[in-house]
Design a protein around this ligand. Structure first.
Ligand code: ADP
Ligand code: ASP
Ligand code: MG
Length: 411
């Protein structure tokens, strides 16, 4: 029998009525003849609440206990959905990550899935039982401790389960009916895409489009899992196909720019009057790397006197304070006059595999942003995307400007 994974996000399971609606979507696929594994998130807002409780209890909480706390949200919804399915006469049982097991690394709070043994789920299928899997969680076998996969991690649970049980496809049901040219909540003129290439989706997700967790796209690409993003708010009797994440070759009409993403989770650090000599970049960036802080955009100003220079770079907003503390600690060794920081910045990115074959795509954006009076603080480019760092207050204006510039507005 063909197998299917259906994943439902927080808004889709926000209350009992919505969980019943999810059960109706599952019922449709069971009646179509699929063996179904459902992966569920916590009810919307629940994970934030649980995270808040941990930080209230202690600023320096033990990450293993954080995982024990935040994994509980998914435990509740997996049980509730199994009950709702049973109520409709559909055999079902819930599965916690450790029961399957979903084996992960021990990086608590952002663990990576290392392997899934799908045999117990398959045994359930042979009993005609729907498997309701708690997303976002797994177990580190050597220590026997619960782990979680990082925010948005249920997407990754779903694709990984799909790969493990050889599912025909993985359907990610959410509160929008597909992947759009940009966040439809910010740009009402955003268009739904029928198809997006894995590589583009990977960039969009890494650059701020939280519709899919980055790691889920990586897994879908590596394991060739056909993955759809679709709406749980469609009538269960009349579902729409949503957006297929697929190979580049399967996209017929390729645009130069496919989408615009933005990330507010950025902070800018500028070191003034840094000694312009060999080894300085290492003195700055090695301690940050050692502390697991990801440095993204880097700009070094050419110095007038060849003795000192200014260096600007970005770090994730959540690491801003830690990065500043580390740099201040090595101030003498690095040798800089002052450190300036800004967290009211946003990174806006344009993504498209068509950029490989078109020149001057980014240059047009710089002009369009300048025409709107938006100052660019930093720029990075790569083969299929470019990003600009600007003041956060211009986020919507900049996203809309680029969306229109590249012909993405819906008619
Ligand atoms: P879930 O709880 O179902 O996992 P998320 O909130 O994680 O849902 O992701 C869905 C949200 O992603 C949408 O409500 C939308 O606001 C946001 N989003 C950001 N960028 C995009 C995009 N390019 N296309 C679709 N949705 C996007
Ligand atoms: N509940 C988790 C979160 O809010 C995982 C998920 O929803 O994917 O991040
Ligand atoms: Mg999500």
């Amino acid at each position: 029998m063909a197998r299917l994974v259906m994943k439902f996000g927080g808004t889709s399971v926000a209350n009992i009525e919505r969980i019943r609606n999810v059960a109706r979507h599952v019922q449709r696929e069971v009646e179509a003849g699929y063996d179904v594994a459902v992966v569920v998130s916590a009810m919307s807002g629940k994970t934030n609440e649980l995270v808040g409780w941990c930080t209230d209890a202690s600023k320096l909480y033990d990450k293993r206990e954080y995982d024990a706390v935040v994994a509980s949200g998914e435990q509740v919804t997996s049980g509730l959905l199994a009950i709702a399915l049973q109520e409709m006469g559909i055999p079902a049982r819930s599965w916690q990550g450790w029961q399957i097991p979903i084996k992960t690394s021990d990086a608590h709070g952002s663990a990576r899935i290392e392997g899934i043994d799908g045999s117990r789920l398959l045994e359930g299928f042979s009993r005609k039982e729907v498997a309701v899997v708690a997303g976002f969680q797994g177990i580190h076998e050597a220590t026997g401790r619960l782990t979680t996969l990082g925010r948005g991690g249920s997407d990754t649970s779903a694709v990984a389960v799909a790969a493990a049980i050889g599912a025909e496809r993985c359907d990610i049901y959410t509160d929008v009916d597909g992947v759009y040219t940009t966040d439809p909540r910010i740009v009402p003129k955003a268009r739904r895409l029928d198809r997006v290439a894995f590589e583009e989706m990977l960039e969009m997700a890494s650059l701020g489009a939280k519709v899919l967790q980055v790691r889920s796209v990586e897994l879908a690409m590596v394991h060739k899992v056909p993955t759809f993003v679709r709406s749980s708010f469609d009538d269960p009797a009349n579902p729409q196909p949503g957006t297929l994440i697929c190979d580049e070759e399967d996209i017929v009409e390729q645009q130069v720019v496919t989408g615009i993403a933005f990330s507010k989770d950025e902070a800018q650090i500028t070191l003034r009057d840094v000694a312009d000599k060999p080894g300085v970049a290492a003195a700055i960036f090695v301690p940050l790397a050692d502390a697991n802080i990801n440095v993204d955009m880097i700009i070094q100003v050419v110095s007038d006197d060849a003795r000192s220079t200014d260096l600007t770079f970005t770090v994730p907003g959540a690491d801003f304070d830690r990065a500043r503390a580390i740099l201040e600690k090595s101030r003498e060794q690095i040798g800089f006059a002052s450190l300036q920081g800004a967290s009211d910045v946003v990174k806006i990115s344009a993504i498209g595999i068509g950029m490989r074959s078109h020149a001057g795509v980014a240059a047009r954006a710089f002009k369009a942003l300048a025409d709107k009076g938006i100052n660019i603080r930093a720029i990075t480019t790569s083969e299929i995307k470019f990003s600009v760092l600007i003041d956060a207050e211009y986020t919507e204006l900049a996203v809309r400007t680029l969306h229109t510039l590249y012909g993405l507005d819906k008619a």
